[in-house]
Write a protein that binds this ligand. Structure first.
Ligand code: ATP
Ligand code: MG
Length: 276
């Protein structure tokens, strides 16, 4: 198959730490302009997958292509160039707590561009407006709510107008309404700028909303891959368990679900280790 329309390709990638094989010959593609949601239990290698994509970790075997470039073949300058095309929001949205909101978003621009102060200020305002935080330029991260911090992280990830956005757990620790707002931001972004996205999430309703393709990692392998509708049809019990999780619905939102089903999904939420 031609790779021309794939922004990302994982080709039989394996990664171990010590004796533990985290990814075992994992292959998947992400079409340009589409969103892929990676799901899987805690410790299944979701964050490792993103770090491999960024070249922060190296695969033991296999090849990883970003916009048709095999990242293993790049020297460090080449890797920096490729990374500039990728925005990333890490799992614990690591903002610089000693820098203001505006300075956090300006950071990649100062580091990787020769923009003037006026251009940086304009760009920062634009990115913050995109995430609905235009009024918060001078606030300090510690004075923001969790959802606002995620938005600032997102604005910073978007600073260099990346063609690929990698997001690790956008909804961890957020309430359902804020989660939906963040999901909407991601969906709007995909629609308006055709950004390719890889979103790691434990939140199945989020994955249903955001993902053109859903991917379930389990014990080093991709257990299932497809649209939400396709995964709903899966006969695999673990995939079924995933797809019936509903982590951001209030318990009374779905009168058709039995109390025991709600009880079961709550139990699974705990089991799957929803993170704060
Ligand atoms: N740099 C590292 N050195 C050693 N082991 C690592 C390293 N990074 C990840 N691991 C191990 O790889 C496995 C997968 O980690 P990863 O962070 O990708 O899990 P995850 O799927 O993102 O889990 P969670 O949902 O809890 O975030 C874990 O067992 C972890 O301990
Ligand atoms: Mg993780």
């Amino acid at each position: 198959m031609s790779t021309a329309d794939q922004a990302i390709r994982f080709d039989t990638v394996s990664k171990s730490f010590g004796d533990g094989r985290v990814l075992d010959r994992v292959s998947f593609d992400v079409a340009r302009g589409s969103a892929c949601c990676i799901m899987g239990r805690s410790g299944t290698g979701k964050s490792v997958t993103l770090k491999l994509l960024l070249g922060l970790l190296k695969p033991d075997e296999g090849r990883i292509y970003v916009n048709d470039v095999e990242i293993e073949t790049l020297n460090s300058a080449g890797l920096v160039e490729v990374r500039k095309t990728m925005g990333f929001l890490f799992q614990y949205s690591a903002l610089f707590d000693s820098l203001s909101v505006a300075e956090n978003v300006a950071f990649p621009l100062r580091r990787h561009t020769r923009m003037s102060e006026a251009e940086i200020a304009d760009s920062v305002r634009e990115r913050l407006a995109e995430v609905g935080l235009e009024g918060e330029l001078d606030k300090m991260p510690l004075d923001l709510s969790g959802g606002m911090r995620k938005r600032v992280g997102l604005a910073r990830a978007l600073a260099l107008k990346p063609s690929i956005l990698l997001v690790d757990e956008p909804s961890s620790g957020l309430d359902p309404i804020t989660t939906r707002e963040i999901d909407k931001l991601l969906m709007d972004l995909k629609a308006s700028s055709k950004t390719t996205m890889v979103v790691v999430t434990h939140n199945v309703p989020s994955a249903r909303r955001i993902g053109d393709q859903l991917l379930v990692l389990h014990k080093g392998h991709i257990l299932a891959q497809g649209t939400a509708e396709e995964l709903d049809q899966s006969k695999d019990e673990i995939v079924q368990q995933f797809m019936t999780l509903a982590t951001d619905e209030p318990a009374n939102a779905s009168p058709t679900r039995s109390a025991s089903a709600i009880g079961r999904s709550h139990k699974k939420e705990v089991e799957y280790g929803v993170q704060g």
